[in-house]
Design a binder for this molecule. Structure first.
Ligand code: PGA
Length: 256
């Protein structure tokens, strides 16, 4: 049973220009202002985090925050081009870890695990991608990966953790098929919930749009969504957030 307000993550990837990022953040602010029972995080490229933070501070909404799209696997040192957890801590609340697009760039499960530990140490809430390559649902494989990613993470930290089930084939840039359906992912979400218990939020990511949001959010164990391409279109993204916020008005929510 999902207990928390849903978390909707806008994964901007490496798309918006600075001008577009400013326009998008301002229109998110406007569109989300009256929504309740929802949390929204903008996962922006590193270089836009500071300017967006300035925008968000001007009209602070408690339910709109920032996420980085990655972090270094070391805390400090001679790592040209990397950005560490303590640096990000000054700018954002969340950090995406182990997205399949990062996995392709060399983040294997052990590196992802290191990054999760660093994020938790520095008070960044990790949004951890548990990806599945093949279209055939393989619950055992997904749960094995989940165990490797969470190796050594204390149960007391599960409250801070957000897990994302991410069928790689369903991401809009890979998908000819229009993505996964709620029925297709439900058994995996339920198996993940059984494994990790009530605390971590469990999200879904892959071709989420305004048409399939309600279907995904009708899954009782799902606590949110990661939205890639639809998050670039302010109207669509706000519509998705409205649907997510509406779902919870109808439910008895326990806010942690
Ligand atoms: P998509 O991206 O919504 O464009 O499929 C999701 C993601 O990769 O995070």
């Amino acid at each position: 049973m999902a207990h928390r307000y849903p978390l909707i993550v806008a994964n901007w990837k490496m798309y918006p220009s600075l001008a577009d990022a400013m326009v998008l953040s301002e229109s998110y602010q406007e569109g989300l202002e009256d929504l309740r029972h929802i949390e929204v995080a903008i996962a922006a490229p590193f270089v836009w985090l500071y300017p967006i933070k300035e925008v968000l501070i001007r009209k602070k909404l408690a339910h709109l925050s920032l996420a980085a799209q990655n972090l270094a696997s070391e805390e400090e040192g001679a790592f040209t081009g990397e950005v560490s957890a303590p640096m990000l801590k000054t700018l954002c609340q969340y950090v995406l870890i182990g997205h399949s697009e990062r996995r392709q760039l060399g983040d294997d499960p052990e590196v992802v695990n290191k990054k999760i530990h660093l994020a938790l140490k520095w008070g960044l809430a990790p949004i951890i991608f548990v990806s599945q390559e093949n279209r055939r649902i393989d619950i055992k494989n997904t749960l094995d990966l989940l165990s490797r990613l969470l190796n050594g993470v204390a149960k007391k930290d599960y409250e801070e953790i957000n897990l994302v089930y991410e069928p790689v084939w369903a991401i809009s840039t890979n998908s000819q098929s229009g993505g996964a359906s709620g029925v297709e992912i439900e058994p995996v979400i339920e198996a993940m919930r059984t494994k990790v218990g009530d605390q971590p939020r469990i999200l879904y990511g892959g071709s989420v749009n305004e048409k399939n949001t309600a279907e995904f959010l009708s899954l009782s164990e799902l606590d949110g969504l990661v939205v890639g391409s639809a998050s670039q279109k302010q109207k669509l993204f706000i519509e998705i957030c409205q649907l997510a916020s509406g779902r919870n008005e109808a439910q008895d929510i326990i806010r942690y």
